[in-house]
Design a protein around this ligand. Structure first.
Ligand code: A3P
Ligand code: MG
Length: 393
């Protein structure tokens, strides 16, 4: 299995020692990731504006609607206090679990589908009341940006990001690394269960409709998703970001998207100061990055016991997280994350100069190293499929 991953990725040139027959061009320009280099004031980041949405059904089929948007539904005990529900996060693992096929690499497929269906928003003849075409230097998934934001503090997992410049827009799509592929294929049963438990928590706390409560016995199907499409700006870079949204606050006082969305998370129960430091250092960095990028103001976390029962539920305001971790030893700094992302985007703009859907610039990073890149003109890493090129021409 290990050989299989290595072989496939070697064929794709992922280990930067390319086969003789498909030698990519290795250029010298690199980008440092050391966090101390990115300290400073927080760069300008405009609160994201939602411009669209789509749903993916139980078969991973695209729908241009909100059918998979779920409603937040937290059980409340006496006197308005939140209950510690004791939900079993392993319930249904054997019998009610449909897992998305992780071998199928979708890349930017669903974002491109949305873009293809919303060309009127993008072209010069913009309608729907938008006076000027949607400004977008970069198109990508929120998850890819989260990885970029966390890079200065990441010590374990590297990444590969394929970038293609097409009609003035940089499309960024992640490629699985050899190590990530190996890790995925060698997941232990405990790791598989942990993955399931995160999704099961969503089932306990979300309802499919306003009329019904959560269906605690519903099948967990990880093909299903509701995705928001948003516009944001980081310094001089305009971004079109799509990201999966867990649920919406259905209360009448709830603000407009994305401020009405809620991110759901699970984590192991914290029992000592060491676990608290580790939670603050690693989990809160990822939770903050993920939610901040989309402008999601609230994270609702379920803490689980070793027996996978939910023992408490806590609500975090995304904007409070930087204050919670400030001053701790070996902590992280949100400004560093955003400054690095800003620099990386400027780096992409200076390196990726060929506006050609057939050219892929593959940026590679491993902890302790600098970001390097190779240029590829074969179809191993294609970011932009031919149907999209035709649709946009
Ligand atoms: P938790 O985040 O509660 O662990 P998300 O929170 O990003 O919407 O993801 C929902 C759940 O998908 C996660 O719940 C986790 O169970 C699973 N998941 C997401 N990304 C994962 C990853 N890289 N590895 C393993 N599980 C992942
Ligand atoms: Mg979540």
């Amino acid at each position: 299995m290990q050989r299989e991953c290595g072989e496939r990725n070697r064929k794709r040139g992922l280990d930067l020692t390319p086969p003789v027959t498909k030698q990519p061009l290795l250029l010298p320009s690199t980008l440092k990731t050391t966090h101390s280099l990115y300290q400073g004031s927080f760069p300008f980041y405009r609160l994201p504006l939602e411009i669209g949405h789509f749903s993916l059904d139980e078969k991973r089929q695209y729908h241009a609607d909100k059918r998979r948007l779920r409603y937040f539904c937290l059980p409340v005990g006496k006197e308005g206090k939140q209950v510690s529900p004791g939900w079993d996060l392993m319930n249904g693992y054997e019998s009610c679990y449909v897992k998305r096929n992780e071998e199928e690499k979708e890349g930017l497929l669903h974002i491109l589908t949305w873009l293809g269906k919303n060309r009127s928003l993008l072209g010069a003849n913009a309608d729907k009341g938008i006076a000027r075409p949607v400004d977008r230097d970069f198109v990508t998934w929120r998850g890819h940006l989260t990885k970029i934001l966390c890079t200065p503090y990441e010590t374990q997992e590297g990444w590969l990001l394929a970038v293609t410049l097409f009609k003035g827009t940089f499309y960024i799509s992640e490629q699985e690394t050899v190590a990530a592929c190996k890790k995925r294929k060698e997941r232990t049963p405990e790791q598989e269960k942990l993955m399931y438990s995160g999704y099961k928590f969503e089932n306990y706390i979300c309802a499919d409709s306003l009329e019904s409560g959560p269906d605690k016995c519903a099948v967990v199907n990880t093909n299903e998703a509701f995705c928001s499409v948003l516009l944001a700006r980081l310094s001089s870079h305009s971004l079109l970001i799509a990201g999966e949204v867990d649920c919406i606050d259905p209360s009448p006082k709830s603000p407009l998207p994305p401020s009405c969305y809620i991110e759901l998370k699970t984590s192991a129960q914290i029992r000592n100061p060491h676990q608290q430091r580790s939670f603050n250092r690693y989990k809160l960095l990822k939770w903050w990055s993920q939610s901040f990028l989309l402008g999601i103001p609230v994270i609702v976390a379920g803490f689980r016991s070793p027996e996978a029962k939910v023992v408490s539920i806590e609500r975090f305001r995304t904007s409070d997280i930087p204050h919670l971790i400030r001053g701790e030893r070996n902590s992280w700094d949100p400004a560093v994350c955003m400054n690095f992302c800003n620099k990386f985007m400027s780096h992409i703009k200076s390196v990726v100069t060929r506006d050609d859907p057939g050219v892929v610039y593959l940026f590679a990073w491993e902890p302790g190293s600098e970001v390097t890149y190779t240029v590829h003109t074969d179809d191993e890493y294609t970011v932009i499929p031919s149907w999209y090129i035709e649709a946009m021409n």
